[in-house]
Design a protein around this ligand. Structure first.
Ligand code: F6R
Length: 618
């Protein structure tokens, strides 16, 4: 939540910071702000709204844009409603210090009262303004420099943060610090310029060298002098590792598509191949996954697997449950990370916990991992973002190689997570002997076909658009699936809800008669997944039940289907594959359907209201 960015060097900071904010806008987009220091004055503009609105404000408020040092922020509100005053950056009381902050200061109220008693007044409702005044107060009372003041102030803070702080009295440096929220420092040529950002996307065209601060670290970045990293809780200096980024500019641009979401839907064939490439040698019946191979005994001796995740990643986890139990015969529990972390769960050293997260930064998932580790469980991560907090916190893991996912609605993350879970399952089934060699080889061949099948399926886009046009005015929709496709029904409903704001529910098809059937009338579109090998006859009966109550049926069926075609109002065919892998196909038309409905309704597909891509707060 919230994106922060900054620049210090020899170039004009304004365009770098503004462009950086545009790239980070997926993290939050209810307000935006920028500060540039022109050598004499702090030029600060901020507004409720998007970076686009900020640019308009800067053009109209006459703020000078020159200056070689600047910081910016794009906000997802936590403390205080989205308005101009609560937007970042925030000044300290003296006007010398300026801060941008991502995270939550939990004890802000206590700190605020103490500061008020010392004569501070506050203009915003934010916890961030409390933090910058705390830093100012420490700087004043201790008579220390900015870096030390930030360090001391943070030792009094409970919560999570990634911050960048500027001091007008020392205008050649930025101080950044991190606990719980990510921060990357781009290191330019010859140490002459530095970039600060919540992820590396704002500076990828300037440098491929980055330092990712660890939790509890603080960096003092000085123009022409370089970076000093130290621990916040002691003065120990750290040799920060400079990593070479694999990201390129093309990956974070729209590439001719109208929206990132559409681009990312279309990237799925490649993303799935990238995810299994080098891991699956289908013709040889070999699955190689270093994170699993190195810890095979942990998986094989596990009493059970607990999958923890949120949102779409949780849905992928549910598919994982069906895969692991069916093929590898390992008991699985799938938990919302937010529930798991607070319900005093029974976890033992014989449990393997798999944490799934696209961003690798989701606060609840991270906390669930820490809890599981503290109880002795082996924790395995399935993440997309390389070097993310979750990938660092887990004992081992497997990356999905989906590439950057920028649209807020997860698409390629879901299919690549299922791909990784399928590979782990088959690897374990092989090691345990729960499936015969020929069955495993058959599955591997089927998995290898999936990218081509997804490619073929994407060509049905015009049909899906026509169906979207018919149902775009619906106020409620039902999604039904069974077995491997029950999680897809949940995911289909989530996709529709989050980008079109139409109420939608996902249900196991057979559960319909235990309640939701009461909702069905001629105004209720029901999207039913009825693949040929997935309890087909039972689902056909469910479809009949909907038909008898005048519901409108859009069915996703296996190509060549005759029976459902006769009953349903619309039919979308998917290529034939093993039932276990149908989620990788059935989800595609549901993603396209949500996309088209949202576009037809004029919604902001990539930045739906109230949401943010990476949920780094509880
Ligand atoms: C839905 C969506 C969210 C995320 C959830 C978990 O489209 O994007 O539900 O899936 O916030 O995020 P990650 O996977 O980054 O942990």
């Amino acid at each position: 939540m919230c994106g922060i960015t900054g620049y210090i060097g020899y170039r004009d900071a304004y365009p770098i910071v503004i462009n950086g904010l545009k790239r980070l806008e997926y993290r939050g987009y209810d307000s935006a702000g920028i500060m540039v220091y022109d050598g004499e004055q702090i030029q600060l503009s901020k507004t409720k709204g998007k970076v686009f609105d900020l640019e308009a404000i800067v053009s109209s408020d006459g703020a000078k844009k020159e200056g070689k040092i600047g910081i910016g922020h794009t906000r997802w509100a936590t403390h205080g409603v989205p308005n101009d005053v609560n937007s970042h950056p925030h000044f300290s009381q003296s006007g010398d210090l300026v801060i941008v902050h991502n995270g939550i200061i939990e004890n802000y109220d206590t700190l605020k009262k103490e500061l008020v008693a010392r004569g501070y007044t506050f203009h915003s409702d934010t916890d961030t303004e409390v933090l910058i005044n705390l830093i100012e107060e420490v700087k004043k009372t201790e008579g220390c420099k900015l870096g030390k003041a930030v360090q001391l102030a943070l030792t009094n803070v409970i919560g999570a943060y990634a911050i960048a702080v500027f001091d007008k009295t020392k205008p050649n440096e930025l101080v950044v610090a991190k606990l719980g929220s990510p921060i990357a420092i781009g290191v330019g040529d010859k140490n002459e310029e530095f970039f600060v950002a919540s992820d590396a996307s704002p500076f990828i065209e300037y440098t491929k060298n980055a330092i990712y601060l660890e939790d509890g670290e603080l960096a003092i970045i000085k123009k022409d002098k370089g970076i000093k990293v130290r621990k916040i809780d002691n003065d120990k200096e750290i040799d920060a590792t400079i990593q070479e980024l694999q990201l390129n500019l093309e990956q974070i641009e729209k590439g001719g598509y109208d929206h990132f979401m559409l681009k990312e839907i279309h990237e799925q064939p490649k993303a799935i191949v990238d995810t299994y490439r080098g891991r699956m040698l289908a013709n040889e019946g070999v699955i190689r996954m270093a994170g699993v191979d190195d810890n095979l005994s942990k998986f094989l001796n596990a009493d059970r697997i607990i999958i923890v995740a949120c949102g779409t990643s949780w849905h992928a986890g549910l598919v994982g449950e069906y895969l692991f139990e069916d093929m590898a015969r390992i008991p699985v529990e799938v938990e919302y990370a937010s529930e798991f972390r607070y319900r005093n769960p029974i976890i033992t050293s014989k449990d393997v916990v798999i944490a799934i997260s696209q961003s690798g930064e989701t606060a609840d998932t991270l906390a669930a991992i820490k809890l599981a580790k503290s109880k002795g469980a082996f924790v395995f991560g399935v993440c997309n973002v390389v070097g993310s907090s979750i990938s660092r916190e887990t004992h081992a893991g497997a990356y999905t190689h989906a590439g950057p996912e920028i649209g807020v609605a997860s698409t390629k993350a879901f299919t690549t997570q299922i791909t990784v879970l399928s590979l782990i399952t088959l690897k374990l089934a092989q090691a345990k002997g729960t499936l015969s060699t020929s069955t495993i080889n058959g599955y591997l061949q089927a998995l290898q076909q999936i990218p081509n099948q997804v490619e073929k399926l994407l060509a049905i886009d015009p049909l899906v658009r026509d169906i979207a046009d018919v149902y775009k005015e619906a106020t409620n929709c039902l999604y039904l699936g069974r077995g491997f496709n029950f999680p897809v029904a949940l995911e289909g409903a989530l996709k529709l809800k989050e980008i079109s704001y139409i109420h939608a529910e996902g249900y196991p098809a057979a559960e319909m008669k235990h309640g939701p059937i009461a909702l069905i009338d001629e105004n209720m579109p029901v999207f039913v997944i009825a693949t040929s090998k997935g309890h087909y006859e039972k689902v056909v009966s469910n479809i009949q039940e909907i038909k008898s109550r005048s519901g409108k049926i859009v069915a996703i069926v296996t190509e060549g289907d005759v029976t459902v075609r006769e009953i349903a109002d619309h039919v979308i065919e998917i290529p034939d594959t093993d039932e276990a892998f149908t989620p990788l196909l059935t989800t595609i038309p549901l993603q396209l359907l949500s996309y088209h409905i949202a576009v037809m309704l004029g919604k902001n597909v990539d930045q739906p209201r109230n949401l943010a891509k990476s949920v780094t707060v509880e």
